[in-house]
Structure formats: C-alpha cells, structure tokens
Write a protein that binds this ligand. Structure first.
Ligand code: C5P
Length: 221
C-alpha cells in the first residue's frame, strides 16, 4: 500500500541522457538508461502527483498517467524544463545532462576526406538546468542527483551547496548506470541517510516518501 503523499502536487522530472548533435546524423551522448528517472515518475504518479517527465532519448515507455515531453539536446531539455516548472511544486533533476555541446556542429553530414583527416570538434558549456530552476523566485522545491564513481559523499555534499538545492540524492554511477538495482544516499541540511540497495522501482518509491516528507515540511499545503 502506497499512501498518496504527493496528492495535489505538480511534479516535473528530467530523465535520461541528452544527445548533442555533431551533424544531422551523429550525436555525443552518455550511458544513462533513464530507468531511475522513469521509475521516479511512476512512483510520483502512484503517490498522487501530476507528473511531467522531460526526457532525453531512451528506450522506455512513458509510465501510465505521466505527461512526457521528448527532447534531445541539453539546450532543448533546458527550454522544456523551464516551461514545465511554471507553477510546479517539485522539480527533480535526474537526467544525465551533457556538460558541453558541440559549438561547431555541422548543418550537413561531415564527409571523410581524401587525405584521411578528421574533424576537429569545439565544445561550449550547456546551461545548468537544476541550478537555474533552483534560483527561480517562486520556483519549485528542488531535488538534484549526483552519479559519482568515487568519493560520493564529498562530491555530493559539495554539489548540493553549489546547486543550491535542499536535497541531493547520490548514487554510485558504476552501480546505477544501466543497472536494475541502485543504492541511494540522501544529503540534506540535516546530514545524510543511506537507503538500502534496492530494485530501481522500490528505490523510487522510498525516495518519493522521503521527498514528500521534506516537501510537506518546507511547503506545507
Ligand atoms: O553538475 P552535475 O552534472 O554533476 O550535477 C548533477 C545534477 O545536476 C543532476 O541532478 C542533473 O540532472 C543536474 N544537471 C542539470 N543540468 C546540467 C547538468 C546537471 O540539471 N547541465
């Protein structure tokens, strides 16, 4: 039995990887499957929330009752997320957003040359969607994710400060990326709390309970 802890709440979740174009047929992306973000969207819906899922390219079906906005690049995700969070109560940034896009992406397919030369790509920074939403006046209560391969505790605490979010959820990337189970660690102003290793759907349900309790304290209805 799941209590409807997010009933009446409007929730926006980003999920999946982003894909940054090199040319019309090639992209730079990452190994995020979207499973954690999609599981969280499903769990939030089960908990009674009205959920918008802003999703990069994944192989997953939108959970029942969840409105999905499909995007590819980080800049598209940024625009879609800023639009979606208007009037939202909660923003959870789970997406593995590319830090850079290709500044000299080509409008036409890059061709091999006779001499065997290779194209030179230049990169430019992408907007930090979470940090920007966290700074919005009258914006939603924000939750960030940190997928790290080492020193999770240090990086997660620093990231929570840098992004200016009340709750940051850490997981070890080598376990979480493209896996069925995950272990989440919650970092907030009080300190940290480790959840057990759980299937992603169970972890998502637990996380929804944890988030809803903090949201109710920060933003009583
Ligand atoms: O800075 P880093 O990418 O490690 O931070 C991860 C957190 O920030 C995640 O919640 C991720 O969804 C979010 N993020 C974002 N926009 C970016 C980069 C990260 O929303 N450009």
């Amino acid at each position: 039995f799941q209590p409807k802890v997010l009933a009446g709440r409007r929730v926006v979740i980003t999920a999946g990887p982003t894909a940054e174009p090199i040319d019309p047929v090639r992209v730079i992306s990452n190994r995020s499957s979207g499973k954690t973000g999609y599981a969280l969207a499903r769990a939030a819906r089960e908990a009674g929330a009205e959920v918008t899922l802003v999703s990069g390219p994944t192989l997953l079906a939108a959970p029942a009752g969840v409105a999905r906005v499909d995007v590819e690049s980080a800049r598209q995700m940024h625009a879609a997320a800023l639009q979606a969070v208007r009037g939202a109560d909660l923003f959870v940034a789970v997406a593995a957003v590319a830090d850079w896009h290709v500044a000299n992406a080509s409008d036409s397919k890059l061709k091999k040359t006779e001499g065997g030369g290779a194209p030179e790509l230049r990169f430019a920074p992408n907007p930090d969607i979470l940090a920007e939403v966290a700074r919005l006046p009258d914006g939603p209560w924000c939750v960030g994710f940190a997928a790290e391969t080492e020193n999770l505790y240090e990086h997660a605490r620093a990231k929570r400060e840098r992004k200016g979010v009340p709750l940051l959820v850490g997981n070890l990337a080598q376990h979480a990326m493209n896996a069925e189970t995950t272990q989440l660690v919650l970092f907030d102003a009080q300190g940290e709390a480790e959840l057990p290793v759980l299937p992603k759907m169970e972890a998502a349900r637990r996380l929804v309970q944890e988030i809803a309790a903090r949201l109710d304290r920060a933003r009583p209805r």
